[in-house]
Design a protein around this ligand. Structure first.
Ligand SMILES: Cc1ncc(COP(=O)(O)O)c(C=O)c1O
Length: 748
C-alpha cells in the first residue's frame, strides 16, 4: 500500500514490478486489467481525500527526475550548492517566492468548483489522478512534441496515444515498432493515424484543412503533370472515377477532378511512385507543391485551374455544430458563410431530409462539397447526428458524381465509444465490438449505439481526452481513417513509412511547440483506464446512467404538487414524443416517479420494465438541455417569450460563477446556458419548443429561446458515500427557482 514515505513508494513500486514479472502470463494480464477496478481510487475525491496518495506518487516522479539529472554527466558543474542555498540572498529569494506562491494559491481558490457534486454545467469536471500524474511526471522534463529530437520519449507516447485513439474509435492501425510481416492486417486494409492537438477546435480545423486540401489535390496533380518535366512520361496517368471507369487525369473536367473518390486521390502519390512511372516520393511532392491550394491559395487554384467552377466550395454541418467550424472555415479562407448549417429535427439532430435537399442542390448547381460534419455529441445537447444516414446519403450522391469527406466531431462523445469496446484486445488491429446482450447492461440507447457502430466509416474524427477522457487541458485529438491524409496538410515531403517507428508526429498539425506532458497524461490515463467496457466504457456508462437519473428527477418536477413553475426539457418524455393523450402522459410521469426516481439504483437495475424505459429517457448522451416557465395562475403558463427568457436567464445567473468576482463558494449549483435561434436552428424546433413552453402564437416570434445546460461527468452523482446527491440538487433548484419566479412575477 502507498502512503508512507517517498522512498518507500519507489521500493513498493519496485517490489510490485518484480512480483509482476514473476507472474504467469495470465496473472500479469489480470493485474493490468485491475487498473480501473475501482474508480474511487482514480479521482482526487470531493474533499481531496486521495491526494495523500498523489503526493507520494508525485514524490516518486520528482525523485525520478533528480535521478535522471544526476545520471547525465554527474561531474558537470552546478549553479547551486549547499553554500549558495544557505546564503541570505538565496533564503530571501525563497521566502519571496513562497509568499507569492501562497498568494497565488489563495487567488486560485476563487476558481470554478469543477470537482464538486454541485457542478452540473460545463463539459468540465474533476480530472483523473492518472491524468494529473502523467502530466506532472512529464512536466519536469519539459519535452516539446514539435519534433522527436526535442521529445524522444513523449513523441513515442503520442504515437501510442494516436493508435489508442484510432483503435478506440474503430480504425485499424499499424502497431508501433513492428514491421510489416510482424503483424497481420487484412489485404488492402487502410490504417489510420491520430495525434494529440491542443484542443477540439484545432482538431476540427485540421479535419477541415485536410478535407479542403484533398478536394483540390487532383487539380494540382493535373497541372503538375501538364507542366512539370518530372511527369513527362506520366501524361497518360489514370485514375478510377466514382462510376468505376478509368480515365486519364489530365483529360478530366473541373467538376470530375473535384469529385474523384477519396481513396483514389490519396493513392495518387503511391501510384506515381509505382511502375510504370517509378518516380521518387519526394520528387513527386516537390513537383506538385507549386500547384496546391496550400501554396498558391484559394483564389488562384479556383480562378486559374478551375475557371468553370462558378460556385464557392462548401462544408456542411448541423446547426448545432460547435462554433469552431465556422471559425475554422474563416481561418482556412473557405469563409464562415460557406460553412452551411443544416436545420435540426425535434431532437436537435441533423435533419437528413434537409441534408439530402442541400446535396441535391449542390449537384444541380455544381457546388463542390468539401465535407459533411456529423456531430457525435453536440456541445449544448449531447445529441448524436444520424451518421449512419449521412453515410448512406454519401453513397447515394456518389452515384450522382458527388464526393466529399465525412468528419465525425466526437470531441465530446468520442470516449463513449469505449462502452462498446470489448476488453479483449488480442487483435492487434482493432477492438471488437461487444455483442448486443452485453451492451444492454449500459444505458446507451439503440439509436446512439447504431451511430457508434459506424463511426469507423467516417474519414476523420475529433476526440478530446480533455473532455470525456478526464485528462487535464490541453489534450484534444484528431484521427484520420487513412494515414495518407496527414500528408495533405504537411509542409514537408511525405515520409514513406514502411513500419518500424514513425520518425515524427509534430509536422502533421497546426501547432508548433506542444507539451509532451499532454501526451504523457493521455498515455498514462489509458494505461490505467483502458478505453474499453471495463475502463472508460464503465466510467462513461455510469455518467450516462446518472444523466438519465437526473433527467428523470427533473421532469418529475412537472407532477410535484404546489410548484409555481414547470420544466420543458429539449427531449420530452417518450409519451409526449409519441403524442399520447394527457392521461397517458400523466401515467408515464407517475411511472417515472415511482419506478425510476424514488427507487435505489439497484432496484432500478433489477426492474426490467422500468430499466427499458429509463434507457430511452432524455438526450443521446450525458447533457440535459432544459428550460423553465412559470404559471401565472393555477396551471396557466406565462405566455410571454420575453418573460420565459428572463426567467431562464435569472436561473442561470443564480447558478453560475461571476467572472472576476469573489464568492464562487456561494454558488449553490453550477449550470451553463445558451440559446436556440430561429435562423440557426430552424422553425420546426423553435415552434415546437414555444408551444411546449406555452408561449402565445406570434409573441416575440423571432426571439431566441434561452435554455439551461447540465452536463453530467460525475460517475458518483447517484451513488455517493451518503447516497444519491440528486434529491439535494432538486431541492436547491426548487427553492431557488420558486423564489426567482416570485420575483419575476412581481415585476411590472
Ligand atoms: C462537439 C465539439 N466540438 C469541438 C469543440 C471544441 O473543443 P475545444 O473547446 O477543446 O476547442 C467542442 C467543445 O465544447 C465540442 O463540444
Amino acid at each position: 500500500m502507498l502512503h508512507t514515505d517517498k522512498n518507500h513508494s519507489v521500493q513498493y513500486a519496485e517490489a510490485l514490478l518484480k512480483a509482476h514479472l514473476n507472474q504467469p502470463e495470465e496473472e500479469k494480464i489480470k493485474l493490468e486489467a485491475a487498473g480501473s477496478q475501482m474508480f474511487e481510487a482514480l479521482f482526487p475525491g470531493t474533499h481531496g481525500g486521495n491526494f495523500k496518495y498523489m503526493y507520494e506518487l508525485m514524490a516518486m516522479a520528482v525523485e525520478g527526475n533528480v535521478d535522471f539529472r544526476n545520471k547525465y554527466f554527474p561531474n558537470d558543474p552546478d549553479y547551486v550548492d549547499k553554500n549558495i542555498q544557505e546564503s541570505e540572498a538565496f533564503k530571501e529569494t525563497m521566502a519571496s517566492m513562497t509568499l507569492e506562491y501562497y498568494l497565488l494559491i489563495k487567488q486560485l481558490k476563487q476558481s470554478g468548483t469543477f470537482f464538486s457534486m454541485r457542478t452540473i454545467g460545463h463539459m468540465l469536471w474533476d480530472t483523473t489522478l492518472p491524468g494529473i500524474l502523467g502530466y506532472f511526471a512529464a512536466l519536469m522534463y519539459n519535452q516539446n512534441n514539435v519534433a522527436a529530437e526535442a521529445s524522444p520519449v513523449t513523441t513515442l507516447f503520442e504515437m501510442h496515444v494516436g493508435n489508442e485513439l484510432c483503435k478506440l474509435l474503430g480504425y485499424a492501425v499499424n502497431p508501433i515498432g513492428k514491421k510489416p510481416g510482424e503483424f497481420e492486417l487484412a489485404t488492402g486494409q487502410v490504417t489510420g493515424w491520430g495525434h494529440i492537438t491542443c484542443d477540439g477546435s484545432v482538431a476540427n480545423l485540421e479535419g477541415l484543412w485536410m478535407a479542403r486540401n484533398l478536394k483540390f489535390y487532383a487539380t494540382s496533380v493535373k497541372q503538375a503533370i501538364l507542366n512539370e518535366p518530372l511527369f513527362q512520361n506520366a501524361k497518360n496517368f489514370q485514375v478510377t472515377l466514382l462510376n468505376g471507369n478509368k480515365a486519364t487525369l489530365i483529360n478530366l473536367d473541373s467538376w470530375t477532378l473535384l469529385n474523384i473518390p477519396i481513396e483514389e486521390v490519396l493513392a495518387i502519390p503511391n501510384n506515381l511512385a509505382s511502375p510504370p512511372y517509378n518516380l521518387k516520393p519526394a520528387d513527386i511532392s516537390n513537383a506538385i507543391a507549386g500547384y496546391t491550394v496550400q501554396n498558391i491559395g484559394y483564389h488562384d487554384i479556383l480562378s486559374k485551374y478551375l475557371p468553370d467552377i462558378k460556385e464557392t466550395p462548401v462544408s456542411i454541418a448541423s446547426s448545432t455544430r460547435h462554433y469552431s467550424w465556422p471559425k475554422g472555415a474563416a481561418i482556412l479562407g473557405i469563409g464562415a458563410s460557406n460553412m452551411w448549417s443544416v436545420h435540426v429535427d425535434l431532437k436537435a439532430r441533423m435533419d437528413t431530409t434537409k441534408l439530402d435537399n442541400l446535396l441535391s442542390y449542390c449537384v444541380s448547381q455544381k457546388i463542390p462539397v468539401m465535407n459533411v460534419v456529423a456531430v457525435i455529441g453536440t456541445t449544448e445537447e449531447s445529441q448524436v447526428d444520424p451518421l449512419k444516414d449521412i453515410l448512406a446519403l454519401r453513397d447515394k450522391y456518389r452515384k450522382q458524381g458527388l464526393e466529399f469527406c465525412i468528419h465525425a466531431d466526437a470531441a465530446w462523445g468520442g470516449y463513449y465509444k469505449s462502452m462498446l469496446n470489448s476488453a479483449n484486445e488480442n487483435n492487434p488491429a482493432t477492438f471488437h465490438l461487444v455483442e448486443d446482450d452485453v451492451i444492454v447492461s449500459l444505458p446507451m440507447s439503440s439509436y446512439v449505439t447504431e451511430q457508434y457502430k459506424v463511426l469507423q466509416l467516417a474519414d476523420s474524427i475529433t476526440i478530446d481526452p480533455h473532455k470525456s477522457g478526464y485528462v487535464p487541458y490541453p489534450a484534444g485529438g484528431l484521427c484520420y481513417r487513412n494515414s495518407a491524409m496527414r500528408n495533405l496538410v504537411s509542409f514537408t515531403a511525405p515520409v514513406v513509412y514502411h513500419g518500424g517507428v514513425d520518425p515524427t508526429v509534430g509536422v502533421y498539425g497546426v501547432e508548433g511547440s506542444k507539451p509532451g506532458a499532454a501526451a504523457s497524461a493521455v498515455y498514462f490515463s489509458h494505461k490505467v483506464i483502458r478505453p474499453n467496457i471495463n475502463g472508460y466504457g464503465k466510467l462513461s456508462g455510469e455518467c450516462f446512467f446518472n444523466a438519465k437519473r437526473l433527467y428523470a428527477a427533473l421532469v418529475c418536477l412537472n407532477i410535484q404538487p404546489g410548484l409555481n413553475f414547470f420544466v420543458v426539457p429539449l427531449i420530452p418524455i417518450p409519451a409526449i414524443q409519441q403524442g399520447l393523450p394527457p392521461a397517458q402522459v400523466q401515467q408515464q410521469y407517475e411511472f417515472i416517479r415511482d419506478r425510476i426516481v424514488n427507487v435505489s439504483n439497484q432496484q432500478l437495475l433489477n426492474d426490467p420494465q422500468a430499466f427499458a424505459l429509463f434507457k430511452e429517457l432524455g438526450g443521446d448522451q450525458t447533457i440535459i438541455t432544459y428550460m423553465f416557465n412559470y404559471f401565472t395562475s393555477g396551471t396557466t403558463p406565462n405566455s410571454k417569450m420575453k418573460k420565459v427568457n428572463d426567467l431562464n436567464n435569472a436561473i442561470y445567473t443564480k447558478f453560475s460563477f461571476k467572472p472576476y468576482e469573489v464568492g464562487t463558494e456561494n454558488t449553490p449549483i453550477v449550470v451553463t446556458s445558451s440559446q436556440f435561434t430561429r435562423s440557426n436552428n430552424g422553425d420546426l424546433l423553435l415552434n415546437s419548443l414555444r408551444q411546449r413552453l406555452g408561449v402565445a402564437t406570434g409573441d416575440g416570434i423571432n426571439d431566441p429561446i434561452n435554455f439551461i445546460i447540465s452536463t453530467i461527468m460525475n460517475p458518483w452523482l447517484s451513488n455517493t458515500v451518503k447516497g444519491s446527491f440528486i434529491p439535494t440538487l432538486m431541492n436547491i433548484m426548487v427553492q431557488n427557482i420558486t423564489q426567482i419566479v416570485a420575483e419575476i412575477k412581481a415585476q411590472p
